[in-house]
Write a protein that binds this ligand. Structure first.
Ligand SMILES: [Zn+2]
Length: 110
């Protein structure tokens, strides 16, 4: 495994920052950032993206492919207990209603 990845942001190489400047005088370029692999980015997207902006640009450019790879044809559901509505009155006389929504506890251990 190499110790770095190139940033996958499709526009990374167009950002005008000094750390992206490479090449010899008269033949300069802005280059995609190289990302060192370390313990802080080992298990997250920042092992392949140099910034939140590059991550967003990539997702925006390829979201239709992601949807094709991971289609959601049915909704997901979380079982809940019957919601409990409670009415509260503040010391200033303002009243508001709170609805408590609790997930069903499927933990069978006491
Ligand atoms: Zn980048």
């Amino acid at each position: 495994m190499s110790d770095y990845n190139w940033c996958h942001g499709p526009k990374c190489h167009t950002n005008k920052t000094q750390d992206r400047i490479r090449g010899v005088k008269g033949s300069k370029v802005l280059r995609t950032r190289k990302i060192l692999q370390n313990q802080w980015n080992a298990n997250n997207q920042f092992s392949h993206f140099c910034s939140q902006g590059c991550w967003n640009d990539f997702a925006y450019a390829h979201w239709e492919e992601f949807i094709r790879l991971h289609p959601r044809l049915e909704p997901l559901e979380t079982p809940i207990e019957d919601p409990v509505k409670t009415k509260h009155t503040t010391s200033y006389g303002y009243t508001y209603t709170n609805t408590e929504i609790k997930e069903v506890d499927n933990n069978t251990n006491p």
